[in-house]
Ligand binder design. Structure first.
Ligand code: PEP
Length: 254
C-alpha cells in the first residue's frame, strides 16, 4: 500500500511570521487526517519557525533543495546535515524552476538525490517535460532520460519520492487531465521498474501542476498517482487543507 503524500511547495513566498500563521490554521484544519501524509516545503528562512510550529503534529517539513556535499565552499547551498538538524525530513530536488533558472541537470539532480538518501532525508525528486517537448512527442523520451540519469544508483529505491510535474502545467492553471497524468505516471513506474524491479510497486509518484481542491480527487482516483506536489494552492491554509483532505472521485473522468 502506498500512503498518499501531499507536499506543499511554497517556493519563494512567506516570511517566518506568515509561516507560523499558516501552520496554526493548517494544523487545526487537518487534525483529523490519519491515512495520508502532509508535508510543507518552505523557504530556508522559515524552517526554524515552521519546525517549532509543527512540533507534536504528524505534518512533515521539507526544504526546496539540498546540496550533495556535507560542507564546503558552496555559497548559497545547504547540506543534508543542516536540514536534519532543524528537523527536516524531506527535500525537493530538481524542481523544474531549478532546472530552468539555476542550471540544474540530471547529473546534479542525481547527486542531490543520492546525498539526501544517504543522510536520511527523503528526496522528492522532480521530473517532467516542457510544452515544447510534449508537442514534439518527446514526453516519454524525456522522462526516460530523467529517470535513468537522475535516479540511478539508488541504494534504497523505495525511499525516494518521485514528482511528475509537466512543466507546462506548473503555475499556469493548466492541469494535465487525469488520463494524461495517469499515462505519464504508469510510464514512470514502468521505467523505474527497469532499474529497480519490484521496488517500483512501492515507490510513491506524486503529480504536480496546478493541483487545486477541485481537481485533486479526480487525479487521486488514478491508479498510479500517489499524491501531489502543490505550489500556488499550498499557500493558503484552507485551500491546502482541502487538497490534503481530497476524496477520490467516484468515476474516473478524462
Ligand atoms: C510546483 O511548484 O511544484 C507546482 C506544481 O506549482 P503549481 O501547483 O502552482 O502549479
Amino acid at each position: 500500500m502506498r500512503k498518499p503524500l501531499i507536499a506543499g511547495n511554497w517556493k519563494m513566498f512567506k516570511n517566518a511570521a506568515e509561516a507560523r500563521t499558516f501552520i496554526y490554521a493548517f494544523k487545526q484544519a487537518v487534525a483529523d487526517v490519519k491515512d495520508r501524509e502532509a508535508v510543507l516545503c518552505v523557504p530556508y528562512t522559515d524552517l526554524w519557525a515552521a519546525a517549532e510550529a509543527l512540533k507534536g503534529t504528524p505534518i512533515g517539513l521539507g526544504s526546496q533543495n539540498v546540496h550533495w556535499e556535507a560542507q564546503g565552499a558552496f555559497t548559497g547551498e545547504i547540506s543534508v546535515g543542516m536540514l536534519k538538524e532543524i528537523g527536516c525530513q524531506y527535500a525537493v530536488v530538481g524542481h523544474s524552476e531549478r532546472r530552468q533558472y539555476f542550471g540544474e541537470t540530471d547529473t546534479t539532480v542525481n547527486k542531490r538525490t543520492l546525498a539526501a538518501l544517504a543522510g536520511g532525508l527523503t528526496p522528492i525528486t522532480c521530473i517532467g517535460e516542457t510544452l515544447q517537448e510534449r508537442e514534439a512527442n518527446k514526453t516519454f523520451a524525456v522522462l526516460e532520460r530523467q529517470i535513468k540519469e537522475g535516479l540511478k544508483g539508488l541504494p534504497n529505491p523505495t525511499a525516494v519520492v518521485i514528482a511528475y510535474e509537466p512543466v507546462w502545467a506548473i503555475g499556469t492553471g493548466k492541469t494535465a487531465t487525469p488520463a494524461q497524468a495517469q499515462e505519464a505516471h504508469a510510464f514512470v513506474r514502468q521505467e523505474f521498474a527497469k532499474l529497480y524491479g519490484t521496488a517500483a510497486q512501492s515507490v510513491r509518484i506524486l503529480y504536480g501542476g496546478s493541483v487545486k481542491p477541485d481537481n485533486m480527487g479526480q487525479l487521486m482516483s488514478q491508479g498510479d498517482i500517489d499524491g501531489g506536489l502543490v505550489g500556488g494552492a499550498s499557500l493558503e491554509a484552507e485551500s491546502f487543507a482541502k487538497i490534503v483532505k481530497f476524496e477520490k472521485a467516484a468515476a474516473v473522468t478524462k
